[in-house]
Design a protein around this ligand. Structure first.
Ligand SMILES: Cc1ncc(COP(=O)(O)O)c(C=O)c1O
Length: 383
């Protein structure tokens, strides 16, 4: 951040910044104004005109545009992208497609990982008998070596949440991709807490699949999500969720045959909240145009200011400090005070953060400014 606290974006792009101090992107980020506009326009048009304007070509364009935007986000190409309704939905379809067998294990993050990256594999495990392995976190921190040591030659999948929702801990995806591949396993990543705020070069990192929802750091809506799938998987996997849209030519509507597309879009299977998909496209383009690396650096500087301020106030910062393991998520305890009381105090002062277990979670994003951080610290310091 520059010395004069110049925001990275025009705050008019995020009207909600005018009405509250919102440091809660890890829960739901503020939505870009233009994203809200295109979503509203889409629903209004269908409400008033049915499919008169939203015809087959328009429906295809929704998917094509989001494929292109998500490809920019993940440094991939449009055929590498599948569109869905949520990160969980895409991960579930993927888990059934991979379906690790009875002799295999899935290293599915840690016991503090958001369950979206775990439950889909657990469900498959109940059918096939594969083993689910979770690293044990120590006071919220996952030792990367302990996690790595769970991976062996029977590991079929390593599934990580790129950034842990509760602590902000970020994993080195390239390192885990290399390790997973050494053991013949896939690296699947839930990027819901990183996409839009952390640069991700999916092919460059060697990730096999990566999914993200829209409503956190991507500043998009509920109801849309995207997945990157590495080329070898695009023709080999049989998706877990299948429907009329699964057919390579979805307009060839016949019940007696199903041929998948030879790309990631084979994971698209039905109608969806198209207006939300249009919104996600808008949000991704907005963020990528700014530059995810710039957003990352900017958010880190806000997180730095939060950490310094919290420590000055005597708080115990619990999120990782190592530059290679950090994200913009900062978590803290306040000795002698309940985290819930701290969160309530901030809420009463119209400052929005999150309570996660016994820590308060701060998650600044590109629409925040140093002024917001100072406001948080001022409220915390007051009686
Ligand atoms: C890491 C992570 N993954 C996934 C989700 C939920 O994603 P979705 O609602 O798209 O299924 C969350 C929500 O908090 C999350 O933190």
């Amino acid at each position: 951040m520059s010395k004069d606290d110049k925001p990275l974006v025009d705050l008019d792009d995020f009207p909600a910044t005018r009405t509250c101090t919102y440091i809660n992107a890890a829960n739901v980020a503020l939505m870009c104004r233009d994203t809200e506009r295109v979503i509203t326009a889409w629903y209004k048009d269908v409400a008033e005109n049915g499919s008169n304007n939203f015809n087959e070509a328009a429906e295809d364009a929704v998917f094509d545009d989001l494929h292109q935007a998500a490809a920019r986000l993940f440094h991939a190409t449009p055929p590498d992208i599948a569109v869905g309704s949520s990160a969980t939905e895409l991960l579930s379809s993927l888990a059934w497609a991979v379906m690790p067998g009875p002799d295999a294990n899935v290293v599915s993050g840690a016991d503090i990982t958001f369950p979206a990256a775990v439950y889909p594999w657990s469900r498959v495990a109940r059918l096939t008998g594969c083993e689910i392995r979770l690293a044990k976190a120590h006071d919220g921190y996952v030792d990367p070596d302990e996690l790595a040591n769970l991976i062996d030659d029977q590991t079929a999948v390593v599934c990580l949440s790129h950034v842990e929702f509760r602590s902000g801990q970020r994993y080195d995806l390239s390192a885990y991709a290399e390790l997973a591949h050494q053991h013949g396993a896939l690296l699947v990543v839930d990027a819901t807490q990183s996409a839009g705020a952390v640069p991700i070069d999916a092919p460059g990192m060697g990730v096999d699949a990566i999914v993200t929802g829209a409503y956190k750091w991507l500043c998009g809506p509920f109801g849309a999500a995207a997945m990157y799938l590495a080329p070898p998987l695009q023709t080999s996997l049989d998706p877990g969720l299948v429907g009329f849209r699964s057919h390579a030519d979805m307009w060839d509507i016949r019940a007696d045959h199903l041929t998948y597309a030879d790309n990631a879009s084979r994971f698209e299977f039905s109608t969806m909240a198209y207006g939300c998909a249009v919104g996600l496209t808008k949000s991704i383009d907005y963020l990528v145009d700014i530059g995810i690396d710039r957003i990352f650096t900017y958010n880190q500087s806000l997180a730095d200011a939060i950490i310094v301020g919290l420590e000055t106030l005597g708080a115990d910062v619990t999120s990782p400090r190592n530059p290679n393991e950090r994200s913009a998520i900062v978590t803290a305890r306040f000795p002698g005070q309940e985290a819930a009381d701290i969160a309530q105090k901030l809420k009463d002062a119209n400052v929005r953060v999150a309570l996660r277990g016994d820590v308060v979670r701060f998650s600044p994003h590109l629409y925040n400014r140093l002024e917001d951080v100072n406001r948080v610290l001022h409220v915390l310091a007051s009686d």
